[in-house]
Design a protein around this ligand. Structure first.
Ligand code: WT7
Length: 654
């Protein structure tokens, strides 16, 4: 396989291939599981379009039936065309109309320990109110609304209110900088920004409004800023533009009809990093997306909505939060936990305290979190009664077998199946995963594509790989697939559909073992995966070179025991300039957000380049990971490698 560090990839493959432990679903789990055996796979293999159509008809309420299941003109798919439905109706009204208005939708837990219990009835009322607020602010069907909120219920309310009136939301993770927020607002040309004064993080108030204010000075499309009061921190106020959420809600009616939308109505944009400096606005639409997330949430998590308590620890600012906190679970009428803060406040057992308190039955988190829990030790979960748990999930990056086994033993008490779910912002919902009552799992393998999903591994020549390593491609359209990149159709074609003809290229390498199990191995492009978050090397490089002291920068993702990959930067300063590494790190945080801060920055007089001037990233990665450097004969100046090595050796990790 190409660039992305062949050596470490092969080491990883070898380690994974030695993994021979298997875990069939227990009789206990199977007794109540929604799916045992292969019937869903068989049905989907027969006719995938008919399969998705049956799921959609069974799982959703359509206001008007569709004419065509799939309109596929490679690479553009439209699902359930002619059909009409309202996402917010499916997530709220239908449950209330069926007499389940008193069911808890969210057990919300604030970081300081304050709580709110929100039923489906409550949520419907507030969503209707906020829908009316948005309409009064001039938001119309087809407009875009930006949401920059912490993990508070208002985030779900704002998203569902947009869906209710046919406006597309663009949620920006609260950890992104003012600049990143402004870029996303400008790209989407949003009219309204919904934000908060601040929220609790690690025991103190983390202010959000100042970043929103700063973003708005560079984002002329914003007409109104709606501010949720959560942190209680002092905020500046722009008269005429800023309004308190609670003031607007106060006077708003709880009646707001859910108008049926076209199946292909834009539901949201979500920006994600690609291989260039500019994030891509991934487009998701209505009927197909809701079908995909409702179906996967139900079957992958074996959801029994009347008894389960589901907790996905992601932030609503990421696709995982969109699909498995807001749309999938609410469409299925699930009861969930939503938590505002960090896992180690006030103690390292906060998550397990929450599991015990609410009787969480299904827990979904990222491998990086599991590795952090491992570091904190098994005594933390052991302080709590976790016997309510019956199913565990992971997402965001490959999980190493050791972390999988620890999760299984110390969180799952040896009794819970684990679903390792592979998917992407672009796929909308889970694509490759076990079905917990049907699939025998192997620690570290995401196992097989779900019923309805078709994947294939392909080698450099585009030939199908049946056993061994290759590039992961998807060969058939699926309902939750992205419909494009906002404002950039060329990039859509180029990024996903140009590498292998007629196939969607995911950007991931994977391996198939002798039993046909898939082992995901990480990105093969210049996209890093840091704690399950996608960050492009180019984006961090542009942030670094925007600092006045920096002449040139090269960024690589190096293997990291906790975060999967860590951001390592090599920087050449402009002549005569001196700058400390810490201020460069803060500069990156200011440009992109704290998640993009390099773990280490090396100031270097030169960078290893090929004779044609291309930076040799693989070599930089080898240096960063302390590996022996292979062939350097294509290097323009070989002495630079010794120089870099010497610098790496004296560096200390902060
Ligand atoms: C990339 C997508 C899907 C929501 C969170 C991340 C990696 C995701 C797995 C997994 C191995 C995984 C891939 C993918 N990834 N899940 N179970 N095993 N790798 O969404 O930011 O769009 O990133 O995350 O590399 O391409 P995203």
């Amino acid at each position: 396989m190409a660039e992305a560090g062949d050596n470490e990839r092969h080491d990883a493959i070898d380690a994974l291939m030695e993994e021979s432990r298997t875990f069939p679903p227990s009789e206990d789990f199977k007794a109540n599981a929604l799916v045992v055996g292969t019937y869903l796979y068989d049905e989907a293999a027969e006719d995938d379009e008919a399969f998705w159509a049956r799921q959609s008809a069974d799982l959703l309420d359509w206001a008007e039936p569709w004419d065509t299941i799939l309109d596929w003109e490679l690479p553009y798919s439209k699902w359930f065309t002619g059909g009409k439905l309202n996402v917010s109706y499916n997530c709220l009204d239908r449950h209330v109309l069926a007499g389940r208005g008193d069911r808890v939708a969210f057990h919300w837990e604030g970081e300081p320990g304050d709580t709110r219990t929100i039923t489906y009835g409550d949520l419907l009322d507030e969503v209707c109110q906020f829908s009316n607020v948005l309409k009064d602010l001039g938001v119309e069907r087809g407009d875009r609304v930006n949401i920059y909120l912490p993990m508070i219920p208002e985030a779900a309310v704002a998203m569902l209110a947009c869906a209710r009136i046919g406006a597309a939301h663009s949620v920006v993770f609260g950890g992104f900088s003012a600049q990143s927020l402004a870029d996303r607002i400008n790209d989407a040309e949003a009219k309204v920004l919904v934000t908060a004064d601040g929220s609790y993080r690690r025991g103190s108030v983390f202010p959000l409004k100042p970043a929103a204010d700063e973003a708005c000075t560079n984002a002329p499309s914003i007409e109104h800023v709606v501010v949720v009061k959560r942190g209680g921190n002092d905020v500046e106020w722009v008269e005429g533009r800023d309004k308190w959420y609670h003031d607007l809600i106060d006077g708003a009616s709880t009646e707001c009809p859910a108008e049926p939308m076209d199946s292909e109505q834009l539901l949201f944009l979500l920006y994600t990093s690609g291989t260039t400096g500019k994030p891509k606005g991934i487009m998701h639409t209505t009927g197909g997306y809701l079908t995909h997330v409702t179906y996967t949430h139900k079957y992958v998590f074996d959801l029994h909505p009347e008894s389960d308590v589901f907790w996905c620890t992601a932030d609503v600012g990421w696709i995982t939060g969109h699909s498995y906190i807001v749309y999938g679970p609410l469409s299925n009428g699930a009861t969930q936990v939503m938590y505002e803060g960090v896992p180690n406040h006030p103690g390292n057992d906060r998550f397990w305290e929450i599991v015990e308190k609410y009787g969480v039955t299904i827990f979904y988190t990222a491998p990086t979190a599991i590795r952090t829990f491992m570091k904190w030790g098994a005594t933390e979960p052991a302080k709590h009664d976790l016997s309510s748990l019956r199913l565990l999930g992971t997402v965001g990056e490959p999980i190493n077998p050791e972390a999988w086994m620890w999760y299984q033993e110390h969180i799952g008490g040896g009794r819970c199946p684990i679903v390792d779910t592979w998917w992407q912002t672009e796929t909308g919902g889970i694509m490759i995963s076990p079905l917990p009552g049907a699939t025998t799992t192997k620690p570290g393998s995401a196992t097989f594509p779900l019923p309805g999903v078709s994947s294939e591994l392909i080698d450099d020549e585009g030939k199908r790989v049946d056993v061994g390593g290759g590039y992961l491609t998807l060969t058939r359209p699926w309902p939750g697939m992205l419909r494009g990149i906002w404002g950039d159709p060329e990039r859509y074609l180029e990024t996903y559909w140009s590498r292998f003809e007629g196939r969607y290229f995911a950007g991931d390498g994977a391996k198939l073992d002798d039993d046909g199990y898939l082992w995901l191995l990480g990105r093969v492009d210049d996209v890093m995966n840091v704690s399950g978050h996608r960050i492009s090397t180019t984006e961090v490089e542009s942030a670094l070179v925007s600092h006045p002291a920096v002449a040139e920068a090269a960024v690589v993702g190096a293997a990291d025991a906790t975060t999967g990959q860590a951001i390592i930067a090599y920087v050449i300063l402009r002549g005569g300039q001196d700058v400390d590494v810490e201020s460069l790190r803060s500069h990156v945080a200011g440009e992109i957000g704290a998640i993009a801060k390099p773990k280490m920055i090396f100031i270097t007089p030169d960078l290893p380049k090929t004779r044609s001037g291309k930076i040799m990233r693989r070599l930089l990665r080898d240096v960063a990971e302390g590996r022996n450097i292979g062939d350097t004969t294509t290097l323009a100046d070989e002495s630079i490698v010794d120089e870099l090595r010497a610098r790496a050796a004296i560096s200390t990790d902060d």
